[in-house]
Write a protein that binds this ligand. Structure first.
Ligand code: GLU
Length: 463
């Protein structure tokens, strides 16, 4: 049974690169009908906030990244970490170290002076501490007794084989002097307790992995499979961050992006299935495998995300788009009651609206009179144009109100006044929609309706 987890630290801003670390373990679990676990790593009490936790929960909910277990909170498992540490101490896998911070500073300075990498020298290791009396008044830390010889090796599912000499690793502090367990230790206890089979996470954790593997092996457990995802970069090649312009995940929701499109986009940022570009969440889950993960960093491209969003909007059934669009219309104060069916407006607008926000803006004139730019209208409208529009307002009363009949009437009016069709259509756009950029004017007028069209053209001519 596959068991994966997303283990975010709720310490700040959640951008798309962060939430991508949830998407892949989620997809892997779903593909294999396994279990996906959410674990909130909130032991950094200074930096963890309830707002950040809420943003994680909201973003996962919005994107449909549902979890089967959790959220577990590490702060609620402190007793368990202490118990595990005591057990390691009792079994000789960990030991009390009484080296004070001041002594560590001295050690560090002398190592640097000799050109060595600063590291704890193991002076309180059990075999060396025999006969040594613990100094008074010093609260000890608990250190893991790292193996001296050999190497730690694993085959990373993204990065391939990795090997680190144990000589490179010093004895990791697992419990601080104040009794609080350290980050790497909590992760190991949790990954073991939760039966995690595949750790899929950001590659900023690669350096922690050999330490975590050593502790697991000391506890007699086989480590899970590791897959370290490459970082997400900005278009300029910086690490994606708020400082470098990244937006919060939920900002995309508010800006009118579809969760399906964001999932599709994030999936492609570090994973590929042949040359598939536009796909559904179901297809993604069906195709997902670790072999498709790419070792090179992905670059966040806002234009591509918008393009994908547009593709999803174009492909989705009109009813579905309409129901997604409704809250954006409400937010813009647009009341659709009594106006044309929203599904028809969607069908007319979606070719030209890449987001729900853009579509809501463009939909406004179907439901309420537009603000007409009188100067722009006047510049489009000569005497002949004015006369053509006046005649049309009257003709519209009796006209069969269909696209075809409307178009024929517009063309005939233009011809009668020796105008090009555009010389009638453009002023009509400005008068009825308040903008020159609309879908085909005959389709627009059909949906706006006979009475509203006549009233708006009359008002514009009178202005
Ligand atoms: N809490 C860590 C982070 O947010 C992730 C740890 C892990 O996945 O092992 O970066």
């Amino acid at each position: 049974m596959i068991r994966t987890r997303f283990a975010p630290s709720p310490t700040g801003f959640l951008h798309l690169g962060n939430i991508r670390s949830a998407l892949f373990p989620w997809a892997f679990a779903r593909h294999h009908r396994g279990t996906f676990i959410l674990r909130i790593e909130d032991t950094d009490q200074e930096r963890s906030t309830p707002e950040a936790t809420q943003a994680i929960l909201d973003a996962m909910h919005w994107l449909g990244l549902d979890y089967d277990e959790g959220p577990y909170y590490q702060m609620q498992r402190i007793a368990r970490y202490r118990e595990a540490a005591d057990d390691m101490l009792a079994r000789g896998l960990a030991y009390r170290c009484y080296t004070t911070p001041a002594e560590l500073d001295v050690l560090r300075a002398s190592q640097l002076e000799r050109g060595e990498k600063p590291r704890y020298d193991g002076r309180w290791r059990p075999e060396r501490a025999q006969g040594m009396t613990p100094p008074e008044g010093v609260a000890p830390v608990l250190r893991f007794r790292n193996p001296d010889a050999g190497t730690v090796q694993w085959t990373d599912a993204v990065k391939g084989p990795i090997e680190i000499a144990n000589a490179e690793l010093d004895d990791l502090v697992i419990v601080r002097a104040d009794g609080s367990p350290t980050y790497n230790f909590c992760v190991v206890v949790d990954d073991l307790d939760m039966g995690i089979t595949h750790v899929i996470r950001g590659d900023d954790h690669v350096n922690n992995t050999p330490r975590q593997i050593n502790i697991m092996r000391a506890l007699g457990a086989e480590p899970p499979v590791y897959a370290h995802l490459p970082t997400v970069l900005t278009p300029e090649g910086e690490k994606l961050s708020k400082r470098h312009g990244a937006r919060g995940v939920l900002q995309y929701r508010d800006d009118g992006y579809l969760p399906e499109a964001v999932v599709n986009y994030l999936a492609r940022l570090g994973w590929a299935h042949g040359d598939a570009e536009v796909f559904s969440v179901e297809e993604f889950v069906g195709w997902f495998d670790l072999a498709g993960l790419t070792p090179s960093p992905g670059r966040f491209d806002p234009g591509k995300l918008e393009w994908l969003n547009h593709e999803h909007l174009k492909r989705m059934p009109a009813e579905a788009v309409a129901s997604r669009l409704a809250p954006f219309l409400a937010r813009a104060g647009i009341d659709t009651a009594g106006g044309p069916p929203l599904t028809r407006v969607v069908d007319l607008l979606r070719e030209r609206s890449p987001t729900l926000v853009a579509m809501a803006e463009a939909a406004a004139y179907f439901y309420r009179p537009a603000v007409v730019d009188a100067a722009a209208l006047a510049s489009q409208l000569g005497d002949a144009g004015r006369a053509a529009l006046r005649e049309l307002v009257t003709e519209f009363v009796e006209l069969d109100w269909s696209r075809e009949a409307i178009l024929a009437a517009l063309k005939a009016a233009a011809a009668r006044h020796r105008l090009k069709p555009g010389q009638v259509m453009m002023p009509l756009r400005l008068a009825v929609a308040g903008t020159p950029a609309t879908p085909a004017i005959d389709a627009v007028l059909e949906l706006v309706g006979r009475d509203a069209t006549r009233a708006r053209v009359e008002a514009a001519l009178a202005a």
